[in-house]
Design a protein around this ligand. Sequence first.
Ligand code: 6CS
Length: 343
Amino acid sequence: MRRKIALATAVAIAGLPLMGLAHAETWRFALEEADGGVQDAYAEAFKERIEEQSNGDITVEIYPYGSLGTSSQLTELVQQDAVQLAFASPGHLASVIPETGVFTLHFLFSDDNAINEEVLSGSEAVGMLEEAYNEQNLELLGVIPEGWMAWTADRPIRMPVDMQGFRIRTMTSPILVESYRAYGANPVPMPYSEVYSGLQLDRIDGQANPLFAIAEMGFHEVQDYLIQAKPAQFMTTLVVANDFYEGLPDARRRMIDEVTGDLRRYIFATQAQFNDARLEAIEESSDIQVSTLDEEQRAAFRELSMPVRDTYVERAGERGKRILETLERDIAAAEQEGGRGGN
Ligand code: 6CS
């Protein structure tokens, strides 16, 4: 079931008891994306499994982007238990939890997404990150990649020199802003909902997002070039309030852990299908010029991105440094062993 409720109403109804239904509960699940995107696919699969496994005692209501607020506001709603689950993308959340900004660093993860899947499911770095989330009354339920970042632009971009003075919209975390400043661009942080009009009204020259999101938001309609640069996977995190999670009976907590564990493989495969299909749709429905950076071009961006890791450590402190070093070590080890191959 999908509902659209105003922010104030969401906060108000959170306090209402579900009278007469001893075991029945409704969990509200807020998305940072519209219907039909990767987060929606995840939420639908989560809803189906939770409702089935709880024999209908739990109803999951999905709130797509636009119904409750910006990404940062969704996180606040979770912290207040007005919404029980939400996606909280590090590109925004790192403003509050700098350690999670590690997922926005460019050229950190492997070019082989199967290796990233392996690392994310086993790295101690994720455990360290959980502590940082807990300190903000959040429980980290999963780190979910949504596809390779591509740039859309009003000009061709092949090398860093093409980014000089380029007004690129970024998500709102200062760490992510630094990634584009390092290329010589003029980053303009803004919420997702303002990007289309920002492009249309010429407040920005381009933006970065995975292919499915570019199609979903129609950015290709107001841009001339689409550059498959792959500086990073777009990663999101799934959160619940710590108070809510710890207050659940053990069986329900286990149910959440099992379902989110099961969905890890599903969403890796699903995001890849979504991104492939939406690129075809973009090419069929517009005359945007699609290009792919070659290895030499990517190497030029990679080199400029390296000092941003120091900026991350300055902001994320000692724990952030350990998270980064652990990921670097685990990614290198997994690459050495060789991944299964996949996008
Ligand atoms: O660019 C953004 O702000 C958004 N992009 C995606 C693909 N998901 C959510 C995020 O807020």
